[in-house]
Unconditional design. Sequence first.
Length: 113
Amino acid sequence: QVQLVESGGGLVQAGGSLRLSCTASGSTFSINAMGWYRQAPGKQRELVASIAGGSTYYADSVKGRFTISRDNAKNTVFLQMNSPKAEDTAVYYCHLLVLHGPWGQGTQVTVSS
């Protein structure tokens, strides 16, 4: 089994930057596709970005501002958040993109305007 732990959340000013990390432990040899999701109060959880092999995907709302990357040697996936906006405020989760894949516990990101 794979366990995921997020870190790096916090309070950031609009227009600033923040980097989230998601470190995997356990059966990490099975890890390929990973995703970052977010859930704001009263809203459904949504996919923000994903990475699989050399390919990446971004939701339109974050394209050009957020960057997903990975360090395979450290079993870590990152989400670099540049120029965040107030509407990016949410709990951010990483997720192993396989059937019944595990989720991290989430990390709160609050963007002050």
